[in-house]
Design a protein around this ligand. Structure first.
Ligand code: ZN
Length: 207
């Protein structure tokens, strides 16, 4: 490739990185679908977003179980104004020794309490029929799963959305780097199977 081709490639990657990434992503056919991927410029409703998506949106029916993506400790359980029922789980350190804090947003019923220890694959919530009640859910029932490095502990003041729960909410960590089967390989949780610590399994059950 010429230098100009390289520059064009970099530009295309910058503009359409999420769709290129989607092409390289391996999602098992039986996994509930990702309807808005990390860094997508379209939301769960497929309309343009003002800023790149900092998590992944997984759609599913009412009652779909939400599973802990790794062992951890529940830090927040809250019904947020815009996001609806939301939990934050501190998953400890990733395999790269960097902290992994996950926000599970737009939930229905929540099955865990603040301070509770959870195990990978544990049922922590379900999707509900409340997707019309919170503006940030954009009328489409889905889980918003976002990774960060630093939980916002203590007073949250008027912070809302991702930065209410993560100090680094505006620069979400790419969850596709951490799947147990390897980067870009979405890994369904299988009960009884052992997984390498510091990796994630999909936060929704594959059927
Ligand atoms: Zn989202």
């Amino acid at each position: 490739m010429t230098r100009i081709d390289h520059t064009l490639s970099a530009l295309v990657l910058a503009l359409f990185g999420s769709s290129l990434q989607a092409a390289e992503l391996n999602v098992p056919a039986n996994a509930p679908p990702i309807i808005s991927d990390y860094l997508s410029m379209r939301g769960a409703n497929q309309l343009p977003r003002p800023t790149p998506h900092q998590g992944i949106d997984i759609s599913g029916p009412v009652g779909m179980e939400i599973l802990a993506a790794a062992d951890g400790v529940v830090r927040d359980v809250e019904i947020a104004d815009c996001w609806g029922p939301t939990i934050v789980i501190d998953h400890g350190l990733g395999f790269d020794s960097k902290p992994l804090v996950a926000v599970y947003g737009h939930l229905g019923h929540v099955a865990v309490k603040r301070g509770q220890r959870v195990l990978r694959g544990q049922h922590v919530a379900v999707l509900g029929d409340n997707h019309g009640s919170f503006d940030c859910v954009v009328g489409i029932r889905h889980l918003h799963f976002q990774l960060g490095r630093q939980w916002r502990s203590g007073a949250k003041g008027s912070y809302w959305g991702h930065v209410r729960f993560l100090v680094d909410g505006r620069s979400g960590v790419n969850p596709h780097r951490y799947w147990a089967d390897g980067p870009g390989r979405v890994t369904c949780y299988q009960p009884g199977k052992r997984y390498r610590s510091g990796t994630l399994t999909y936060p929704a059950p594959c059927k």
